[in-house]
Design a protein around this ligand. Structure first.
Ligand code: SF4
Length: 225
């Protein structure tokens, strides 16, 4: 794991690079719609989800409208997101549970959110942070990859990576951190051929150092480890 000084340096660079990083799922401020988009995002790109939800949201403004629809009809409308049978079931059943178990208000604890089909820890954390401002780290594939390359975790497990990030990053940075790591994973630190030469993090990056993915190593700061 990285020392405190290095973590501070990494966070400062990320803040400077992505000051306004936000959740890349589009939603209209309606919490239910964020949950819908997040459920649809499993094994699907956010871009595709956003295309589908742009049509879905006006038709289904709330859990009542969604729970009144059949899974077959919903399935046809979300087909391009993949896994549409299970996602349609998750959307209808989650809507039904929001109404029957919570009086129409989506709960604000991870445990309760994870009761909904299609809602795992990642979606629950996203929802808690975005809707309720409750600090939580969202570890998706981009976030996990970048965090590991930066040495903020040694694990490929999203849960362990989340714990490692929570242990080394101040609580008030948790929500934005996930968005910034995702933004960096898309902009420069792609799964294949990360653009280390052009990356402002290269001096503090374990992957770049170990992989010798940039040539100006003479500039590296030995105080950062
Ligand atoms: S230096 Fe390379 S591996 Fe490290 S964060 Fe930047 S792009 Fe990713």
């Amino acid at each position: 794991m990285r020392n405190k000084k290095t973590v501070t340096a990494i966070l400062a660079i990320l803040r400077e690079m992505y000051p306004d990083a936000v959740c890349s799922l589009s939603y209209d401020g309606v919490p239910f719609h964020l949950l819908v988009g997040a459920i649809l995002s499993a094994q699907c790109t956010d871009r595709r989800v956003n295309e589908v939800t742009a049509r879905l949201f006006p038709e289904y403004p709330d859990p009542l409208a969604m729970s009144s629809e059949t899974e077959e009809v919903i399935g046809q409308k979300i087909k391009s997101c993949g896994l549409y049978h299970s996602k349609a079931h998750a959307l209808v059943e989650t809507s039904r549970m929001i109404l029957s178990d919570y009086g129409g208000t989506i709960p604000n604890t991870r445990e309760e959110l994870q009761r909904f089909p299609g809602v795992g820890r990642k979606v629950a954390n996203l929802f808690l942070g975005e809707v309720y401002g409750i600090p939580a780290v969202v570890v998706d594939t981009h976030c996990g990859r970048v965090a590991k390359r930066l040495g903020l975790t040694n694990s490929d497990s999203p849960l362990q990576a989340e714990k490692d990030l929570m242990a080394c990053v101040p609580t008030e940075e948790w929500i934005k951190l996930g968005h910034r790591l995702v933004a960096h994973g898309r902009a420069l630190c792609m799964a294949r051929n990360p653009s280390c030469m052009n990356c402002p993090l290269k001096e503090v990056c374990v992957y770049a150092r170990n992989g010798k993915r940039f040539d100006d190593r003479s500039e590296s700061n030995p105080q950062l480890s």
